[in-house]
Write a protein that binds this ligand. Structure first.
Ligand code: ADP
Ligand code: MG
Ligand code: MG
Length: 211
């Protein structure tokens, strides 16, 4: 175990319990615009991660942990989100290869993950996807690369707010990627489930870091 391992474990546990709590909400958002399984894919990822946590030591290198998570979601999460999160985590892993990876390294990791999701998933912000929560949050998180450590918590909280707002605003967007793009825009009045999940995940991370 490395110095960050106990907090990593707590963060993952908080993400998993949040996603399990949101299973029905995400499914019903996905019923309005997709195939109704977005809560199930995220809950499946949560269960697989919880099981993995039960009988594994968290690697000292955070990148190694992200690579494990990439494999777990690739193999077990299912749906578009399984493939997209796997791309994200694989790209992010290469940026946090130091045991003592700092906030700037984590910000670069999240940035690289988001870029990979954009490049390989082919969607852009504004297309009513996870990216509409992720991209505004990343813009905020990149401030971690230049700020003093004392300002980190405010940046993290602002990133959560940006993701939450971005997710909420997807209700006004016309879907250009994923299953929702097959449904007439005026019939979708609820936010995108993947974006809502991203905001919930970020909120879970920051809740643990605040404590
Ligand atoms: P599926 O659509 O295969 O059933 P999920 O229901 O698990 O997969 O995930 C759906 C979510 O995936 C959508 O709400 C959207 O946020 C996200 N999504 C779909 N396609 C893309 C894409 N190309 N880029 C980013 N996110 C996407
Ligand atoms: Mg779905
Ligand atoms: Mg599906």
């Amino acid at each position: 175990e490395g110095p960050l391992s106990p907090v990593m474990r707590q963060v993952l546990q908080m993400i998993c319990s949040t996603l399990l709590d949101k299973q029905e909400e995400l499914n019903s958002l996905d019923r309005a615009a997709g195939d109704g399984d977005c809560g199930n894919t995220h809950a499946q990822a949560a269960k697989v991660i919880q099981e993995w946590l039960q009988d594994h030591v968290i690697p000292g290198c955070p990148g190694q942990l992200l690579s494990v998570l990439a494999r777990l979601v690739q193999e077990k999460m299912g749906g578009s989100s399984g493939a997209l999160y796997s791309l994200f985590l694989t790209a992010a892993a290469g940026h946090v290869t130091e045991t003592q990876s700092n906030a700037a390294a984590w910000a670069s990791a999240v940035h690289a993950g988001t870029q990979a999701m954009r490049r390989y998933g082919g969607a852009d912000p504004g297309d009513r996807t996870m990216l509409d929560a992720l991209c505004p949050a990343v813009d905020e998180l990149m401030k971690l690369t230049t700020s003093q450590p004392g300002g980190h918590m405010a940046i993290l909280q602002a990133a959560v707010q940006k993701a939450t707002l971005g997710a909420e605003e997807t209700r006004n967007l016309t879907a250009k990627a994923g299953r929702a793009s097959y449904i007439a825009a005026e019939r979708i009045t609820l936010p995108d489930p993947g974006a809502v999940a991203v905001a919930a995940i970020l909120r879970a991370v920051v809740e643990v870091l605040e404590a």
